[in-house]
Design a protein around this ligand. Structure first.
Ligand SMILES: *Cc1c(COP(=O)(O)O)cnc(C)c1O
Length: 350
């Protein structure tokens, strides 16, 4: 496999990838890449940049839009009439899928683990308002969603519909390809700024995003280490899933990358009380970034990943870095779900 070694070759590789990967654009790009004044070199740490995928201008933004642009192109090419997916009730992915389906004139069905929630708030409010059909597995095991997606798809096929099932959380080959295109986008942005990041920091859920960044940086031959912080799975499990997804997407593109666990860095220790449950250090990171940089993170993914990064910074893990780019993958609607007790706010009433 011949990798690009200079800017002209990288741009040619990007053009080839853009021709090959189907995409139905839902927003305009690039998203901003902003330098934030938090922990600047004056504080002894690397300069921090934020890739603002939370500002993707469709469906409240977030990384899931990038994957869905590829899936939507694939779904419509196959003549699908219904998008089916699933996750937890506050899922950003399900909300984004419901918007994408509405936009494309398709039906949408969501399978959620567990039972219906008491409150119709946050992402669930948006998803149901859009008219998505919702199904609850009545089982708190997150994996129960996988069988439900299959069963709902089979039921629809039986009644003559053309469902397009999207795996839980959007973690699939097509989604990974959307994140490969994100790397292409950010390479061009960095080239304009003459910025060579020493690390890319991101939150890891089902791993599709990390897989896309791993594959994209490999295909462009960029020496950008990807540092993931897991917010749901045991890191060892996340690493295997990321390597598998990256290899699958590479094969689809016609490359043999042979990613193994040794090629993937995912840190643990920042899940807190559990997936989807805010953590105290995550809450502290959210407050810190909001006050210092005017950027709102989310309690489920980016707040916890930022807590991990700040901890790594304190421990010297980024001492050798001049520039770090943090991927803000969105998720703010979850900030507005529930009573917000986890933030421990005491309004300054004057
Ligand atoms: C889904 C999600 C992630 C993680 O992406 P994966 O591809 O599932 O690892 C990160 N941040 C936000 C806000 C998300 O919604």
């Amino acid at each position: 496999m011949k990798l690009p070694v200079n800017d002209a070759q990288r741009r040619a590789a990007i053009q080839a990838l853009e021709r090959k990967i189907p995409r139905r654009r839902l927003a305009s790009y690039p998203t901003p890449l902003q330098r934030v004044g938090l922990l600047s070199p004056a504080d002894g740490g690397p300069a921090l940049w934020i890739k603002r995928d939370d500002l993707i201008g469709f469906a409240l933004g977030g990384n899931k839009i990038r994957g869905l642009e590829v899936m939507l192109a694939d779904a419509t090419a196959r003549g699908a009439d219904t998008l089916i997916t699933g996750a937890g009730v506050q899922s950003n992915h399900v909300r984004a899928t419901a918007f994408a389906a509405a936009h494309a004139g398709l039906d949408c069905i969501a399978a959620y683990w567990g039972k219906p929630p008491a409150q119709i708030d946050g992402n669930y409010r948006v998803t149901t308002m859009l008219g998505a059909g919702v199904y609850f597995t009545q089982d708190d095991d997150r994996a129960s969603v996988d069988a439900a997606i299959e069963a709902l798809a089979a039921q629809l096929r039986g009644s003559g519909k053309r469902p397009y099932p999207i795996p839980r959380g959007g973690a699939c080959l097509m989604g990974v390809l959307g994140h490969v295109l994100a790397v292409c986008e950010m390479y061009q942005q960095c080239a304009e700024l003459s910025l060579g990041p020493d690390a890319i920091v991101l939150a890891v859920g089902s791993g599709g995003t990390h897989a896309g960044w791993l594959l994209g940086t490999k295909l462009l031959n960029l020496d950008w280490p990807i540092v993931g912080y897991s917010v749901s799975r045991d890191p060892a499990e996340a690493i295997l899933q990321i390597a598998r997804l990256a290899n699958e997407a590479a094969a689809w593109l016609g490359f043999e990358c042979g990613f193994s666990a040794a090629d993937v860095q995912v840190e643990g220790g920042f899940i807190g009380p559990g997936y989807g449950i805010p953590s105290p250090v995550g809450a502290a990171a959210i407050k810190r970034l909001a006050r210092a940089a005017g950027v709102l993170l989310d309690p489920v993914y980016t707040g916890k990943a930022m807590a991990g990064y700040l901890n790594g910074l304190g421990a010297g893990a980024f001492d050798a870095c001049g520039n770090v780019i943090f991927l803000h993958s969105g998720g703010e609607p979850a900030f507005f779900a529930g009573n917000g007790e986890w933030l421990n706010i005491h309004p300054q009433v004057l």
